[in-house]
Design a protein around this ligand. Structure first.
Ligand code: UFG
Length: 362
């Protein structure tokens, strides 16, 4: 055997051994579960992510939330820690005490309009505090993160449905802060081997079919809960923000995705990372667009009540149409939405709101 052949077979053997140990460690990890920190786990999407993670019955979950917008009652399991990502001592304590190995990072400010008025708040909370978290992960040897990103990274679309490689030109500080963080994660992966999956949500909507948790923002700014509040008599009418868009009925078109389907994608992303998947970015939507008028019509149909609507001015920063292509996550992680039709999405929202007319604590 020539010397180059011997070297090849030694390398090959080492490679096989490395593969074997990597596979062995991953299988062990899969079986034993992982210690996962969920930041923002008391929020709307975060609480549904926690619920889906608990269903796997294999992971140990620690929820960190400052409760500025989240609700303690929304955390249906795991260990709860009240605190902020600005508190680096607390982060060190949580990572050390719970031997955190992976993170689902949802804690953020997420209102487009507010981000235009207070960009400082958005860059501080979504970027600087996120850096504290990444640095804690590096210090404590946590290996991967699933990140809550947004369709707002794309800005005004030039092609629909939007794919992940669509140009990213956010039109507001919120989208910009999320895009900055995606870039930071890519750099941390290169420098420190910290892998990530960034999930770019389109319009999260609906409530858990379990009936335990739902959407409760104070004040509410999202379309479906606002229409439901009108149906419940908690507001007189719904204002349609703009009727002169270049769409078939003149109102904005959005891609509504059930929050439980969204949450399930986080579990798939975590599993893929545990199995050694490379970092990636995925859109999450249903690929179907509905106008504001169509959404109001659907809520009327589901609740069986007339809802007053008035036509108002455009809301600054609203693109006319936002519809996702989610082919990448379907093909690569096997994600399949279970509650993709708008009627089911609205029905689950209605079921939760009528049982919790004042939100959590009703
Ligand atoms: N809308 C109304 N009246 C209302 C509330 C909303 O007409 O009272 C319209 C909005 O103008 C928009 C659509 O309904 O066209 C949906 O609005 P939402 O506020 O429910 O959701 P957005 O599309 O503004 O926001 C979502 C996410 C953000 C993300 C954004 C990306 O919630 O986190 O998509 O553009 F940044």
């Amino acid at each position: 055997m020539s010397s180059s052949r011997i070297i090849w077979s030694l390398d090959h053997e080492r490679g096989e051994k490395a593969c074997f140990f990597r596979r062995y460690r991953m299988e062990k990890e899969q079986a034993a579960g992982v210690n996962i920190l969920v930041t923002g786990g008391a929020g709307y999407v975060g609480s549904h992510v926690v619920e889906e993670l608990l269903k796997t019955k294999k992971h140990n979950i620690v929820v960190l939330d400052n409760l500025q917008k989240g609700h303690r009652e929304a955390v249906v399991g795991g260990e709860f820690v009240e605190g902020d990502l600005a508190d680096t001592d607390l982060l060190d304590q949580v990572f050390a005490e719970h031997s955190i190995e992976a993170v689902v990072h949802l804690a953020a400010d997420s209102l487009v309009g507010e981000s235009v008025e207070h960009p400082d708040k958005y860059f501080r909370n979504n970027v600087t505090n996120g850096l504290n978290l990444l640095d804690a992960m590096v210090r404590h040897g946590a290996r991967y993160m699933v990140f809550s990103s947004t369709a707002a990274v794309y800005g005004e679309p030039i092609e629909t449905p939007i794919r992940e490689d669509h140009p990213q030109q956010p039109t507001n500080p919120y989208g910009e802060s999320k895009l900055f963080f995606e870039k930071i994660m890519a750099r941390y992966d290169k420098a420190y081997g910290l892998r990530y999956m960034s999930l770019r949500y389109f319009n999260a909507a609906g409530a858990s079919p379990s009936g335990a948790i739902g959407e409760d923002h104070r004040p509410e700014s999202h379309l479906i809960p606002i229409i439901i509040q009108a149906a419940l008599g908690q507001r007189e009418c719904v204002t349609i923000f703009g009727t002169d868009y270049d769409t078939p009925d003149g109102t904005c078109i959005r891609d509504y995705i059930h929050v439980t389907d969204l949450a399930a994608a986080h579990v798939l992303a975590l599993d893929a990372l545990a199995q050694g998947a490379d970092s990636n970015v995925y859109n999450l939507g249903n690929g179907a667009g509905f106008s504001v008028r169509e959404v109001i019509d659907m809520v009327e149909k589901v609740v069986g009540r007339h809802i007053n609507r008035i036509e108002g001015e455009r809301r600054p920063g609203d693109p006319a149409v936002l519809v996702a292509s989610s082919q990448r996550i379907m093909a690569e992680l096997g994600w399949e939405p279970k509650y993709h039709d708008l009627e089911t999405i609205v029905q689950t929202a209605w079921d939760w709101h009528r049982k919790h007319p004042q939100g959590f604590g009703s």
